[in-house]
Design a protein around this ligand. Structure first.
Ligand code: B1M
Length: 210
């Protein structure tokens, strides 16, 4: 088994204690951080499939998520360029009712590494909290929303609608993403941009803020 496969397998099995070390070993052996990250994301896909098929349950999903976070910590310095926040401010959060944060954290990390200052509101963020953060930071250029559940897509819609009703809506761009989100849904709810993954989210943020 290659070191990358070992990392993926440890994430899938939720072996938090060894994922960090294995990730470092994979990097030391010359694996690229992006390849290791993609293997971790694939492992989470396997975890999701097993959950869907009732082969594992919520606690196993949770330990897999914890394990992945350990690996991402090791990858972070290799994925993020660490430029200062000169490109502008971005507010990011996972929408109300949704506790998934790995994808949102990756998007935040990549956007930060593209030169933005990121205000991360966390998970289960109600619309009012996004609005308050915008009020407190009138120079924000982009609001980025993540949702991982089909059941929280309406919450994303509600937040985007509230943002669209703002007087100064023209001054901000709204980006959306997450596994169940599509370009069609983004268009339907009136978001400015949809991207499928963290790297393209960072690229899009740069375009929108230019
Ligand atoms: Co949950 N979960 N989960 N879960 N979970 C999914 C999402 C699910 C697909 C699993 C499945 O059934 N196959 C399913 C959703 C089904 C659906 O709605 N269609 C599901 C379910 C049902 C649930 C619960 C309802 C289970 C229950 O309680 N019965 C529950 C809901 C809790 C809640 O949120 N209220 C629940 C709970 C959890 C845990 C808490 C245990 C845990 C999350 C822990 C955490 O995040 N800290 C968890 C996990 C780990 C998963 C899976 C296995 C992995 C998610 C993940 O981190 N993926 C997931 C299955 C799967 O994804 N295949 C699943 C890796 C991550 C890098 O990918 O987040 O997609 P992702 O991010 C991607 C892109 O989507 C994109 O960029 C990232 C990659 O670069 N992206 C953006 C994300 N946000 C973006 C924003 C952007 C642009 C791109 O612009 C702003």
């Amino acid at each position: 088994m290659s070191k990358i496969q070992e990392v993926a397998s440890a994430v899938e099995m939720g072996k938090s204690k060894i994922v960090g070390g294995l990730t470092q070993e994979a990097l030391n052996e010359g694996a690229s951080a992006v390849d290791v990250l993609n293997a971790m994301i694939d492992a989470m896909g396997v975890v999701g499939e097993k959950f869907k098929n009732n082969e594992i349950f919520v606690p196993e999903m949770l330990v897999a998520a914890r394990a992945m976070k350990k690996g991402v910590e090791v990858l972070k310095p290799h994925l993020a360029s660490g430029e200062a926040g000169k490109a502008g401010k971005v507010i990011i959060g996972t929408v109300a009712g949704d506790l998934h944060d790995i994808g949102k954290n990756l998007v935040a990390m990549m956007i930060e590494s593209a030169g933005f200052e990121v205000i991360d509101l966390g998970v289960d963020v109600p619309t009012e909290k996004f609005l308050e953060a915008l009020k407190a930071n009138p120079d924000v250029k982009i609001v980025a929303l993540s949702a991982l559940l089909t059941t929280t897509m309406p919450a994303m819609k509600a937040t985007v609608e509230a943002l669209n009703a703002l007087e100064n809506r023209g001054a901000i761009k709204v980006m959306v993403g997450g596994a169940p989100i599509t370009q069609a849904f983004a268009d339907e709810i009136g978001a400015d941009a949809y991207t499928a993954d963290a790297a393209s989210a960072a690229q899009k943020a740069k375009e929108l803020a230019a």
